[in-house]
Design a protein around this ligand. Structure first.
Ligand SMILES: Cc1cc2nc3c(=O)[nH]c(=O)nc-3n(C[C@H](O)[C@H](O)[C@H](O)COP(=O)(O)OP(=O)(O)OC[C@H]3O[C@@H](n4cnc5c(N)ncnc54)[C@H](O)[C@@H]3O)c2cc1C
Ligand SMILES: NC(=O)c1ccc[n+]([C@@H]2O[C@H](COP(=O)([O-])OP(=O)(O)OC[C@H]3O[C@@H](n4cnc5c(N)ncnc54)[C@H](O)[C@@H]3O)[C@@H](O)[C@H]2O)c1
Length: 442
């Protein structure tokens, strides 16, 4: 059995490793147009902001690791077309040479592309995305230039907020723009996002929310961002307004979701039985929504790669769905969420209630202490938990995993009221904030 994997980043790597480590009879061919593989984009802001010394440890594997396991791996090789009837992929190397690979099973792991705003002036120099390692290098090079003083970040989602912090840490004047009324509006309700915004503003980041970029001005290099509310001098623009699935190879043959992602079943199989799709190019099942959706995260990329590979290898493995669990840490303020915020639930026409609680992490007599806030979102009728958000200067990140499991398992808010949660002053309070939030649910 020969499996061709198009895309050798997180999803393709997970699929390849699973096939190579568990199914010795499998012939694996990996194809990727990039020069590098396994770059952890989550580290870009840490490196650009000099919170870590270098980008070097942001790669967790390389080409030779796959060759050592017997795979054929071709980098700087673009797949231009797939003949799904004849089961052949058509490839071109960076030197312009073309070749073909036939397959028994095909895994599409072509990921996502940053959404490109089509604004006047988009082709000026000094305007960048932040997706690839190369984008990170480009932004880092410009931020290292003392002539670059003003940085405009368009989009206050995860990438935008993280790179805004990094640019500020490097001493730049940073303006952060979003059409939404707060940062991180897709992940957090205003009760949380407003705290993050106070934190960003307190660290000197200029916030421009409810404001839409309409043009970039300049002669050769960008000099200003124009919005529906004003014009702002800028030396560097970083566009981070979301991702779209990269569906170029299969969109005319495979069934696609409303945003173009390849629709997949529980085995990551597309509408073509010999073609699987994994990671950012595919849909994923949301246990909170109880429907398929699109969530571009490295965690989902890895899990879906593993699932596709086991099913191709001959071990039936069903996807169990995801909650879209995520976290962010900016200037020491930590926020984590899973499932749906109240706003996201309402946007999906779900009737939900929520319960909030805010308290100290530990008893008042403990010297080391900080406030923690929590919101648990649950469905009005069934009372099943569909989301949770938590924030603190403490590391409260592990708590969110319990909520992820609760959503996956359809646990109700009432089940949480008397859940056995231990108490030790070093860690929490006897009336801890999870219990208290659940007990105060209507
Ligand atoms: C700055 C940044 C920070 C992030 N932080 C986090 C985080 O903290 N946590 C988290 O969970 N997620 C994070 N993400 C998201 C995460 O990186 C993505 O969800 C993940 O990369 C998806 O992996 P993938 O393998 O599906 O797709 P991609 O990483 O997009 O990889 C797709 C691969 O396919 C190749 N390819 C595409 N088309 C072709 C073709 N025609 N021929 C050959 N090769 C092709 C590309 O070269 C690429 O290597 C972050 C992303 C960015 C950009
Ligand atoms: N910590 C993490 O887990 C992490 C970090 C980085 C990226 N990621 C993932 O990578 C993907 C891409 O991240 P992202 O930050 O690009 O997307 P995002 O969806 O997180 O944020 C995009 C933001 O852009 C805004 N926006 C949309 N159109 C706009 C416009 N025309 N003008 C101004 N603002 C506009 C949206 O309101 C939103 O706040 C996401 O799936 C994200 O979850 C995750």
């Amino acid at each position: 059995m020969k499996t061709v994997i198009i895309g050798a980043n997180h999803a393709g790597i997970a699929a390849a490793n699973t096939l190579l480590d568990n199914y010795p009879d499998q012939k694996v061919v990996m194809l990727d147009q990039n020069t590098n593989l396994s770059y952890l984009g989550c580290g870009t802001a840490l490196w650009v902001g000099r919170q870590i010394d270098s980008y070097e440890n942001l790669f967790y594997t390389d080409k030779s690791a796959f060759e050592a396991k017997g795979a054929v791996i071709r980098m700087e090789t673009t797949v231009e077309k797939v003949d799904f009837e004849k089961k052949i992929v058509f490839c071109r190397t960076k030197d312009g040479a073309s070749f073909e690979e036939n397959y028994d099973k095909l895994i599409l792991a072509t990921g996502s592309l940053p959404i490109a705003p089509t604004l006047p002036g988009s082709d000026l120099k000094g305007i960048s995305f932040l997706k690839l390692f190369q984008d990170g290098q480009n932004v880092d090079r410009q931020i290292s230039d003392p002539n670059v003083k003003d940085v405009a970040v368009i989009g206050a989602g995860y990438i935008g907020v993280e790179i805004a912090e990094a640019a500020k840490r490097r001493g730049k004047n940073v303006r952060l723009f979003d059409v939404a009324p707060t940062s991180l509006a897709s992940y957090y309700d205003p009760w949380f996002a407003e705290d993050m915004d106070k934190n960003l503003a307190a660290h000197g980041i200029e916030l421009h929310y409810g404001e839409r970029a309409t043009a970039y001005k300049g002669t050769e290099h960008v000099e200003a961002v124009v919005t529906d509310k004003g014009e702002y001098k800028t030396d560097l623009v970083i566009n981070a307004i979301g991702f779209l699935p990269n569906n170029a190879l299969g969109k005319d043959h495979l069934e696609c979701f409303r945003n173009g992602a390849y629709k997949v079943d529980k085995h990551q199989k597309t509408s073509d039985p010999d073609v699987y799709a994994v990671g950012d190019c595919a849909t994923i099942y949301s246990n909170a929504l109880r429907a398929e959706t699109y969530i571009a995260l490295a965690t989902n990329a890895v899990r879906t790669g593993i699932i596709a590979a086991h099913n191709i290898g001959g071990t039936t493995l069903d996807a169990i769905g995801v909650q879209g669990s995520n976290g962010i840490s900016i200037f020491g303020y930590n926020m984590v969420s899973t499932g749906l915020s109240v706003a996201a639930a309402q946007k999906n026409n779900m009737s939900v209630e929520y319960t909030d609680y805010e308290d100290l992490q530990r008893p008042g007599f403990m010297k080391e202490n900080a406030k923690v806030k929590i919101r648990i979102v649950y469905e009005s009728d069934s009372r099943r938990i569909v989301g949770a958000q938590m924030a603190s200067t403490e590391d409260i990140s592990m708590g969110i995993h319990m909520f992820s499991l609760a959503i996956e398992e359809g646990v109700t808010i009432d089940k949480l009221k008397l859940l056995d949660i231990f108490f030790l002053p070093h860690f929490n309070q006897p009336y801890n904030y999870i219990t208290m939030a659940a007990l105060s649910a209507k």
